[in-house]
Design a protein around this ligand. Structure first.
Ligand SMILES: *[C@@H]1O[C@H](CO)[C@@H](O)[C@H](O)[C@H]1NC(C)=O
Ligand SMILES: *[C@@H]1O[C@H](CO)[C@@H](O)[C@H](O)[C@H]1NC(C)=O
Ligand SMILES: *[C@@H]1O[C@H](CO)[C@@H](O)[C@H](O)[C@H]1NC(C)=O
Ligand SMILES: *[C@@H]1O[C@H](CO)[C@@H](O)[C@H](O)[C@H]1NC(C)=O
Ligand SMILES: [Cu+2]
Length: 403
């Protein structure tokens, strides 16, 4: 598998991130956006409880996912210990199939790598990642005794506080580990710099880390798989392991926390704008960044503000345990958007509740995604499910909501 992709392709208009003022709580646009988001979240919860009635998910069973900072310190520690437990349990992949998969944690990375080209900029992107995050949460619970729910990373909060002073990334024992050792003058990250591309690339600034993570619970963590399509500072071709995407390639976890990217692409206004989109096609494209607009969306905004290796690698990104907090937020935003008009956005048919094709930006050309398409994570977790079963957070395998 040879990939020459990023989280986005063919983008134009360079970002002037570094020069932008940071969003503050005094900014009226941000204040309004936050109020709008809170309103939507509240009504989404009410709507979800209504939908859950008469389903296999009564209000008493509904599991509530919370923002990391809203967890108590002991809840955070319980989550962290469960992740470390998953990283210590042996892989279920036959080593002939995925020699680099050493742990249950790696199993999720493996299946994500294998499905990169059929899971992003595709019609199944949101449903597939909802199920992926859920199965990971379930593995933490069933295999590692975790009693809580999957926490999420509210990008709007870190856009205001700065990443490394947030409880998620402050590097303390109750964080998901913080930044890395600072490597100066790394150079910009250049996305979509593909020879022959008609559109100019997008330039993202490097962050304030760049080396191995040395603080918090995931200091000394080993990333075993990849790189596959890693954007590296200074531009140039993406890094990939010549021995193959699933070969064993142990190395340290690298972060490069970048507030400018968080503030520019994943602030409260970015989320409110996304939530105002009228249909699934616009919603999922703006979320991932529309090619040609120079915007990388909140999805790219989260991944690239984490930065590093595997943070900047669309295939291997679940190799950073913060991935799941990011994708829980992606799922929360989709859920809020769905609950505005569940009839269309959850129960709508092909083309209404889902849109897009089966391949990354329809390259190579492929059929339209339908709700009967299957989502199958192989040895990582299962069972396989139809996309149709993954549309409602209170049906199929699910019974959860967000506060
Ligand atoms: C990758 O996916 C293909 C089918 O899409 C499957 O046959 C194969 O077993 C998968 N490999 C791994 C390592 O998951
Ligand atoms: C990381 O490794 C160093 C050196 O072996 C050790 O001093 C440190 O305690 C380790 N940190 C964690 C969080 O395991
Ligand atoms: C906040 O996000 C919006 C939409 O993504 C963007 O246009 C705006 O420039 C961002 N604000 C800052 C301060 O970068
Ligand atoms: C959706 O797609 C499936 C599979 O192609 C098809 O069987 C079904 O009839 C379609 N539903 C609608 C309403 O078009
Ligand atoms: Cu993904």
């Amino acid at each position: 598998m040879k990939l020459s992709i990023s989280f986005l392709l063919f983008l134009q208009a360079a970002c002037t991130c570094a020069a932008l003022p940071s969003s503050t709580s005094q900014d009226p646009v941000i204040t309004k956006a936050k109020a709008d988001i809170d309103d939507l979240a509240r009504s989404a919860l009410l709507e979800t409880k209504k939908l859950a009635k008469g389903k296999q998910c009564p209000p008493g069973k509904l599991k509530i996912r919370k923002e990391w900072g809203a967890l108590t310190k002991s809840e955070r520690l319980e989550y962290i210990q469960a992740v470390q437990c998953l990283q210590a349990k042996p892989s279920r992949y036959p080593s002939s199939l995925a020699p680099g998969a050493k742990s249950r944690f790696d199993d999720f990375v493996t299946t994500h790598i294998n499905q990169t080209m059929t899971a992003h900029y595709t019609g199944n992107f949101l449903g597939l990642h909802r199920y992926f995050t859920f199965l990971y949460e379930q593995a933490l619970r069933d295999e590692c005794g975790y009693r809580g729910t999957q926490p999420y990373w509210d990008w709007a909060k870190t856009a205001e506080t700065g990443l490394s002073s947030s409880p998620i990334f402050d590097g303390s024992a109750t964080s998901m580990s913080g930044n890395s050792i600072f490597i100066p003058n790394q150079g910009d990250i250049v996305l979509g710099a593909i020879a022959g591309s008609p559109l100019p690339p997008v330039y993202l600034p490097a962050g304030t880390g760049g080396g191995c993570v040395t603080s918090g619970p995931f200091a000394n963590m080993t990333v075993n798989l990849g790189p596959v399509a890693l954007d590296v500072p200074g531009g140039g071709p993406q890094a990939s392991n010549p021995a193959g995407p699933l070969a064993y390639n142990p190395r340290c976890l690298v972060r490069d926390l970048t507030d400018a990217i968080n503030q520019r692409y994943a602030n409260a206004s970015s989320i409110a704008f996304l939530l105002s989109q009228p249909n699934i096609d616009a919603f999922q494209m703006i979320m991932q960044g529309i090619p040609g607009t120079g915007d990388i969306g909140v999805h790219g905004g989260g991944h690239y503000s984490l930065g590093g290796d595997p943070g900047r690698d669309v295939a291997v990104s679940p190799g950073d345990p913060a991935f799941y907090l990011h994708h829980a937020m992606i799922d929360k935003v989709w859920w809020m958007w769905q609950m505005v008009d569940a009839e269309k956005r959850v129960y709508g048919e092909n083309g209404t509740a889902v849109a897009g094709t089966r391949t990354f930006m329809n390259m190579p050309e492929s059929e339209e995604t339908t709700l009967d398409d299957e989502v199958d994570f192989g040895y990582a977790a299962g069972p396989k499910r139809k996309l149709r079963e993954l549309m409602s957070v209170v049906e199929g395998p699910f019974c959860y909501a967000y506060v």
